[in-house]
Ligand binder design. Structure first.
Ligand code: DX5
Ligand code: ZN
Length: 219
């Protein structure tokens, strides 16, 4: 299975977002990860629709939107129109999961379910046939720059095993504290989409950092 890196915009220089995106594209980044927080579902407020619309106009890169909001179903249409390619929403939010997945698919967008560290793997099992991706949070959602929670590795392995057992083609994304070291743990457990914020943006050599995350050698 191919590995992908999704760069978390939360760690970018917001005043130079255009040039940051160009830099990401030049350095082998596959997707832009867009953390939308409402100050209710998580204890932080970030950015939303107007920025996503502007970013969509500036790039063809895959826009990977991670909704950390209370009522995601209400906003699927708006995020679809703003240009999302993937929408992840939390199973712990108050929206009905199947209805929200169907709403996302109706817009031709790839649906994903995100789970917090305290939510167990089997919470997503019944939904796997309807999903493009499962997002396993490897930190408590809310802030960039936190440390990876090691016991999430078993959860990733359990979800990947279930996907294989069911014969499905579902991506497993990990988000939070992913760096040159933790990326190996999560890849070995079956994750193939690696979100990275601080590790990628603080790297002196972004291309080398991206290749380390994907376990690809620079040529
Ligand atoms: C946390 C966000 C993450 C975060 C990752 O709630 O969902 O996407 O920006 O940042 P790092 O890679 O710095 O942990
Ligand atoms: Zn995220």
């Amino acid at each position: 299975m191919k590995n992908y890196v999704s760069a978390s915009v939360l760690s970018a220089n917001m005043l130079n977002l255009g040039s940051e995106i160009l830099k990401l594209e030049k350095n082998g980044i596959d997707m832009l990860h867009f953390d939308v927080m409402d100050g209710i579902f998580v204890n932080n407020i970030t950015f939303g629709l107007p920025i996503l619309e502007q970013v969509r106009k500036a790039t063809d890169i895959t826009l990977d939107v991670h909704l950390m909001i209370n009522n995601p179903a209400k906003y699927i249409k708006r995020f679809a129109e703003a240009g999302a390619d993937i929408i992840s929403f939390h199973i712990e939010s108050e929206s009905n999961a199947i209805e929200t997945i169907n709403a996302i698919k109706d817009f031709g967008i790839r649906p994903a379910i995100a789970i917090k560290p305290s939510t167990s793997a089997n919470a997503v099992f019944d939904l796997l046939p309807y999903l493009d991706m499962v997002l396993v949070m490897t930190v408590e959602p809310g802030f960039g720059g936190q440390s990876f929670i090691p016991n999430m590795v078993d959860k990733i392995r359990t979800i990947r095993s279930k996907i294989t057992e069911l014969g499905l083609d579902v991506n497993v994304e990990v988000d939070g504290g992913i760096n040159g070291e933790t990326s190996a743990f999560v890849r070995n457990a079956g994750a193939n989409v690696l979100v990275s914020g601080s590790f990628l943006f603080n790297a002196n050599d972004m291309a080398a950092a991206a290749n380390a995350l994907k376990d690809e050698k620079l040529c």
